[in-house]
Design a protein. Structure first.
Length: 196
């Protein structure tokens, strides 16, 4: 082989490697954009948690695969009515016992998740499973859970409990199939009274 033949072969190999690298970067970028769009704030939380975009994306892809194996079912009309009534009763008791109601709201949301087909487990696993189909409400679920944990330690005030109930209601409505209400801070918009 002559020097010019070797140069041509080297140039062809170099071009092939560059094309492969560009294609790989393009695929990675498209995957990142798709995951960021699908998971919203949960994408950023995963990147922060894993301190690596590639590790976070691997976790989010695992969530998608796990969620694809779940059988999420719609509620029957009777179940939807029963859950709605249970929520209305629970919310009505907020005036007399705000602390007890937050724990009940957490329990009712978990019961609704189980009825729909979400596997029950620790909170992080449940939030991860929800993030695949309902990424927009997972931050409010995390906030509600954090307030409920403070309440269990006797550290949450009534305003925090009211916010927690609003957050649980947002998740509840989404899982129930009711058009979610905007998060509001005024009692008339939520039906949840404010205590001093």
């Amino acid at each position: 082989m002559t020097a010019s033949t070797n140069t041509i072969i080297f140039a062809i190999l170099l071009i092939a490697v560059l094309v492969a690298v560009i294609a790989w970067v393009s695929v990675q970028r498209r995957r990142s954009l798709r995951l960021r769009k699908r998971f919203g704030p949960e994408y950023d939380l995963a990147v922060s948690h894993y301190r690596s975009r590639s590790k976070a994306e691997t976790e989010l892809l695992k969530r998608e695969q796990r969620a694809a194996r779940l059988t999420i079912v719609p509620l029957t009309s009777a179940d939807a009515f029963r859950f709605s009534q249970a929520w209305n009763t629970l919310q009505g008791r907020f005036i007399d016992s705000p602390k007890g109601v937050v724990a009940e709201a957490d329990h009712l949301v978990r019961e609704l998740m189980a009825k729909r087909g979400y596997p029950m487990g620790d909170f992080e696993r449940m939030a991860a499973d929800l993030s695949v189909h309902h990424p927009g409400i997972v931050p409010t679920y995390r906030a509600a859970q954090a307030i409920a944990a403070r309440d269990a330690r006797g550290e949450a005030d009534t305003e925090e409990l009211r916010k927690s109930l609003i957050y649980y209601r947002t998740l509840f409505d989404e899982l129930l199939g009711v058009a979610p209400e905007k998060l509001a801070t005024e009692p008339s918009a939520t039906g949840i009274p404010v205590h001093s």
